[in-house]
Design a protein around this ligand. Structure first.
Ligand code: HAM
Length: 428
């Protein structure tokens, strides 16, 4: 028996359940979506903030709300080796507020406009479009309670999707009221709900977070809720004026929206303007992004009593939405130029030419190993290259290289010392 036969077979590892990998070629879409969002957001004056992936557990319990599913059922919480309870961040807003307070960013120019991107963690039941590690690009604009800022934030999210060529989504909008009208409305809704023949669990929810009951998907419950009091009918004069200014500005900006008085978000901190982007091509997980104003959050986390508004755009679901619409955010081109060497000496020469092209800012790759002409040309094809540089023994002896246009299939010889200039001209 050989050693190899004696060794027990090692089972390959898998990524944890519900945790996606992003590998080529599909990862190009992931990168394109995230960088398009980031570019559009930076162009509106938001500065980058890079946050820890885990925080003290109490930050999320206090910030996001104990009664939310996110905190009560979905957090990745564990004790570190020092006995502290820490949690993988389920969302970005609480961490941003913590950092703003900790670094006194709210003592300078207001609003503080920040943007972040990265992974978030929720222990949800995995299915298409619902992962345990999800990717968001988000913004938070903190410190000014100005409806013009609400309009900026909502319009910015809309522009992020448009920049990708996405069009088949709906922007749903409502106001969740402020500290004067919200408690009264909550009481009114609870009175209504407690008079219904609700099951035990729903009743409990009505006690803890009555607004969440409005979001119940069961048709028999929805039927009972037909006459439920709705927040937009019970807004204070101030909250109403705020919301009307926001919708007026969105109208003037040409941002289309639908008023949804039953819109409920899964996090507790929202007040006033609240919104969600919904795509119908995704099945059950239709929310591709959402956000809203959170006027009490900073004070609740021990900071000044300043307001804020922001959003989180789901990168994973945006990719699925693009696929559902048949829109690609990428060109499918990994590099513009691909080197195809025939033989050891040709490879050495071509490696240097490829290096010169890269220094000149031309995106270039080449074939490695001994792949032969056919295999190497396949590599050029896979890379989506526009041009191939083919260097064989004869060209090497002549001090030339063949520049082949991979679209038209035309080709001609170029002197080695002219390659960089010629390729740049051809690409221009
Ligand atoms: P959220 O609505 O919980 O808001 O998440 C934002 C987006 O993240 C969702 O619309 C969805 O596209 C994506 N998402 C959430 N959970 C999952 C999941 N399990 N799998 C895949 N995608 C998911 C927030 O997180 C707030 N922090 C947004 C915000 C910022 N509000 C104010 N400022």
């Amino acid at each position: 028996m050989t050693d190899a036969q004696n060794t027990p077979k090692i089972q390959p590892f898998h990524a944890p359940k519900g945790v996606p990998d992003y590998v080529p070629p599909a990862s190009a879409d992931f990168h394109a979506v995230r960088s398009t969002f980031e570019k559009v957001i930076h162009d509106s004056g938001y500065g980058h903030i890079e946050l820890p992936v885990f925080e003290e557990t109490a930050l999320f319990a206090r910030g996001v709300g104990e009664s939310t599913d996110v905190v009560s059922k979905e957090m990745y919480t564990f004790e570190d080796r020092g006995g502290r309870s820490v949690t993988l961040r389920p969302e970005g807003t609480a961490g941003v507020m913590r950092a703003v307070i900790e670094h006194n960013l709210d003592r300078g120019q207001l609003p503080v406009k920040l943007t972040y991107s990265g992974p978030f963690f929720r222990y949800e039941r995995p299915q298409a479009g619902r992962y345990r590690q999800l990717q968001q690009v988000g913004v938070e604009a903190i410190g000014v309670d100005d409806p013009a800022l609400d309009a900026e934030v909502v319009a910015l999210a809309d522009r992020c999707y448009r920049a990708l060529g996405l069009s088949g989504y709906r922007l749903e909008l409502t106001s969740l009221g402020d500290e004067t009208c919200r408690p009264q409305y909550r009481q009114k809704l609870q009175d209504f709900l407690f008079a219904l023949p609700l099951d035990e669990e729903t009743r409990k929810r009505a006690e803890l977070n009555p607004l969440r009951v409005l979001d119940d998907k069961r048709p028999e419950v929805q039927e009972m809720l037909a006459d439920a009091p709705l927040m937009p009918d019970h807004l204070s004069a101030e909250a109403r004026e705020h919301f009307e200014t926001v919708t007026g500005l969105l109208d003037d900006m040409g941002v289309e929206y639908t008023l949804n008085p039953r819109l409920v978000r899964g996090l507790d901190y929202y007040t006033k303007t609240c919104f969600e982007f919904v795509h119908d091509g995704l099945g059950a997980q239709s929310g591709i992004g959402g956000g809203g104003r959170y006027d009490g959050l900073m004070a609740q986390l021990g900071g000044q009593d300043l307001s804020g508004i922001g959003f989180g755009l789901g990168v994973d679901r945006t990719i699925l939405a693009l696929q559902a619409e048949g829109v690609s955010p990428t060109t499918g081109r990994r590099v513009d130029v691909y080197g195809v060497p025939m033989g050891v000496e040709a490879k050495k020469t071509l490696a240097v030419i490829v290096d010169h092209l890269r220094r000149a800012g031309v995106s270039t790759d080449m074939s490695y190993g001994d792949r032969g002409l056919k295999g190497a040309m396949k590599g050029a094809d896979r890379a989506g290259a526009l041009f191939a540089l083919v260097l064989g023994e004869q060209e090497l002896a002549d001090g030339t290289v063949v520049l082949r246009d991979l679209t038209t299939r035309e080709q001609h010889e170029v002197a080695l010392q002219d390659v960089v200039d010629t390729v740049r001209r051809a690409l221009a």
